[in-house]
Unconditional design. Structure first.
Length: 85
């Protein structure tokens, strides 16, 4: 009987850890999906900025060094603004 008692004890402990792991897994999945969504949103915003800047510089004929300077400053500014989020 001691063996049966030990098995039921381990069984209940195992199910408790399984439900705890399940809650942890859903929380981490939510965190991962939120992180992926953030990366996708950042990529879309930066790509739109690069496209706008490229078309603007092609239209005006400004020098290439100014394009790269504006691109660097724009992306650096975006990163510094959104870093705390």
């Amino acid at each position: 009987m001691a063996t049966v008692s030990d098995d039921s004890s381990h069984s209940s402990t195992g199910s408790a850890s399984t439900s705890g792991a399940s809650a942890s897994t859903s929380a981490s999945a939510s965190t991962i999906l939120g992180g992926i969504g953030r990366v996708v949103a950042d990529a879309i915003i930066v790509a739109a900025f690069v496209l706008f800047l490229t078309l603007w510089f092609l239209q005006t004929g400004w020098p290439r060094w100014a394009f790269y300077a504006a691109l660097f400053l724009g992306v650096a500014g975006y990163v510094s603004i959104t870093r705390p989020w």
